[in-house]
Every structure is written in structure tokens, then in C-alpha cells.
Design a binder for this molecule. Structure first.
Ligand code: GLY
Length: 353
């Protein structure tokens, strides 16, 4: 088992990465939790694939289980689902001494974490991420939230799990589209922090080769995220670097009503677009945008939107909760593997899209 520990001033927690981990989850949780009650929050798709395995393993270890199953997809990251989760957890008689498991991708992880952070003023929770995106990004670092009609992640908090259990084998049942969606964020880690990872991604022969080495890729990404989160838990400095490609990416997602592109796809286009511009401005080493583009093509990710209405994208950026009215922090590359934060006037954003 590959272990990483996230060390914060107020809390430390382990990330366990091991193939087949989900089959022995009961034994693993029994090592860190001495109570009896466990609530599992999951969605219909994940429940069909892994609900029984997880429940059986936990029951065999003597736990009393309640599973709450939500509809799959971003729509479930809503206040309505949150109320449903609160209600079912209270019916189960959950207390602050019990534990909640998020079994699923980013939507389930974010919603469960937010429910856990608020119900009864805080109940401990565990992440069992089942998508690549959740395994390398959203399950680590404590960002938990639900969406509002006015935008994504508008109600949230920083609330870290007690542990993250990552089983790379579950990615074998992930659709190619969602494996590649996660690859958008994997490419991002290589681009901002790790030229070796970027080269490895360039050298994998195909998805089969990628999946054969995915534990190492996950370990590398989680290690990068650990260091960034430890340095800047509350996202006021270095953690912003993880937003490479996201300012434009979020706007593209929103422009298409979150229907046309997945998060990883939108971020992919954001990374390529901003790097094309920063390269032309002489900020980024030549050929970086071309290397990003080639990697995106290799993992079947889009690199550009034809006939993008740039004024609409600028408008959406201006409304992003992360940006104040006058300035925007954008993430640029010096070269592959080396990113920095640049504060620009909002009016200068036009130069980067
Ligand atoms: N997903 C970006 C972050 O955790 O800060």
C-alpha cells in the first residue's frame, strides 16, 4: 500500500492507495474507527458497481450500515439533495461519534463532505473516491460544497476527511470519457509542477499502458496536491496554482450550461488557450502549448472551442466568485512543470483568451 499523509496545523490524515483496497475496506476502517454506525452516501451508478462490496466488507467487520443513494450527476450537488441526506442521516440516528463515507466521484465527495461538516456541527467522514478526478483532486484538500442556482460550489467549507481510501482498480469500470476527464487534471499537475510526470504521460502508449501505471500516476498527483494544500490550505496563495486552465475552463463550462463539456474537458481547453497566449506574449517557453495540445489529443480531450464568443467568456469570468472586480489571479507557465501566479487587471484578461 502506498501511503501519503496530509499534515495540516490542526489535523493530519492519510491517503491510502492500493489496488483492491475496496474489497478490504471494512478491515481498514476498523483500524481507524472504533464506533459501530456508518452511513454511506453514494449514487445509483456507483452503488450498482461497488455498493454491495463495500457494505458486505463493513458488515463483516461488525459495522451497522445505512446507505443513502442519490441520482448520479451534478444536479445532485444541490440544497435539495443535501436536505434529503440530512433527513436520512437523522432517521438513522447518526451522532457526532459516528462516521459518514463518501463513496463516489466529485459530486458525492463534495456533497457528503459538506453534509458532514454541517450536520450536528460536524461529523467525521471518509472519502472512497471512485473517479480519477476524485482520486487525484477533489477527495484531497478539504474543499466541500453544494451548488446554488446562481452557480457551482457557492455554499461550502474547508472540511477534511479522516482518511482517503483510493483503489485504482475501480477505474477499470470508469467510461473512457470520464477516465479522460480525469486526465485533464492529471495533465494539469504535470504542466504546473512536474515535468517528469508530463513526459511519462507523453510516453504512455495508450489507455491500456496508462491504466497499467495508474497507481504511480495517482500517487504522483496526490503527492503534489498534499504539498500544495499543506502550504496553503485556504487557497490564498500557492493552492491557486491548481487553478491552471480553470478560469477560462469554468467560463466555458458555464457558457455551455454545464452540458456540453465535462470539467476536465473545459479545463483542457483553458490550459491550451491561456498557454498559447502566454507563449505569444513571450512569458512561456516556446513549444509548451504544442506539447499540451498533443497530450490533450492523445487523451481525446478537446483543446479549442470553434467560434468561441470571447466577450461572453470575459463576462462570465467577471462574475466568478474567485475574482474580485478589479483584479484576477491567473496561472501561467514559465515552462512545462513550472507555473506561477500572475495578478492582472480584469481589463487585461482579454490578452489571455
Ligand atoms: N481542486 C482545486 C483545489 O482543491 O484547490
Amino acid at each position: 500500500m502506498n501511503n501519503i499523509v496530509v499534515n495540516l496545523s490542526h489535523k493530519s490524515y492519510p491517503l491510502y492507495i492500493k489496488r483492491g483496497l475496496i474489497n478490504q475496506i471494512g478491515d481498514e476502517i476498523a483500524k481507524i474507527y472504533t464506533g459501530k454506525k456508518i452511513a454511506i452516501i453514494t449514487d445509483e451508478n456507483v452503488n450498482a458497481l461497488y455498493g454491495k462490496v463495500v457494505e458486505d466488507s463493513l458488515k463483516n467487520s461488525g459495522f451497522n450500515i445505512k446507505t443513502v443513494v442519490l441520482k448520479p450527476g451534478e444536479r445532485s450537488k444541490s440544497v435539495e439533495s443535501l436536505l434529503e441526506v440530512y433527513d436520512k442521516l437523522l432517521d438513522f440516528g447518526i451522532t457526532r461519534g459516528d462516521i459518514i463515507i463518501a463513496l463516489g466521484g466529485g459530486v458525492i465527495g463534495d456533497l457528503t463532505g459538506f453534509a458532514a461538516s454541517t450536520l450536528l456541527r460536524g461529523i467525521p467522514f471518509i472519502q472512497i473516491p471512485t473517479s480519477l478526478l476524485a482520486q487525484i483532486d477533489s477527495s484531497i484538500g478539504g474543499k466541500v460544497a453544494v451548488d446554488l442556482p446562481k452557480g457551482k460550489n457557492l455554499i461550502g467549507s474547508f472540511y477534511h476527511p479522516e482518511a482517503v481510501f483510493i483503489d485504482p482498480n475501480v477505474l477499470n469500470t470508469l467510461s473512457t470519457k470520464f477516465l479522460h476527464d480525469g486526465m485533464g487534471e492529471v495533465i494539469k499537475y504535470g504542466a504546473i509542477k512536474d515535468a517528469d510526470l508530463f513526459r511519462k504521460l507523453e510516453n504512455f502508449k495508450d489507455d491500456h499502458d496508462l491504466l497499467a501505471n495508474i497507481d504511480e500516476v495517482i500517487y504522483t498527483c496526490c503527492s503534489i496536491k498534499k504539498v500544495v494544500v499543506e502550504k496553503d490550505e485556504k487557497d490564498t496563495g500557492d493552492r491557486m496554482m491548481l487553478n491552471f486552465g480553470h478560469t477560462i475552463g469554468h467560463s466555458i463550462e458555464k457558457y455551455f450550461n454545464f452540458e456540453k463539456y465535462t470539467h476536465g474537458e473545459a479545463v483542457s481547453m483553458g490550459m491550451y488557450l491561456i498557454t498559447t497566449k502566454s507563449e505569444a506574449l513571450g512569458i512561456t517557453e516556446k513549444n509548451s502549448a504544442e506539447r499540451i495540445k498533443n497530450l490533450l489529443i492523445k487523451y481525446e480531450l478537446p483543446y479549442e472551442v470553434k467560434n468561441l464568443d470571447k466577450s461572453k467568456i470575459l463576462e462570465t469570468i467577471a462574475f466568478d466568485k474567485k475574482n474580485n472586480k478589479d483584479n484576477i489571479n491567473i496561472i501561467l507557465l514559465n515552462k512545462i512543470g513550472d507555473a506561477f501566479i500572475k495578478k492582472i487587471k480584469s481589463s487585461s484578461m482579454i490578452d489571455y483568451i
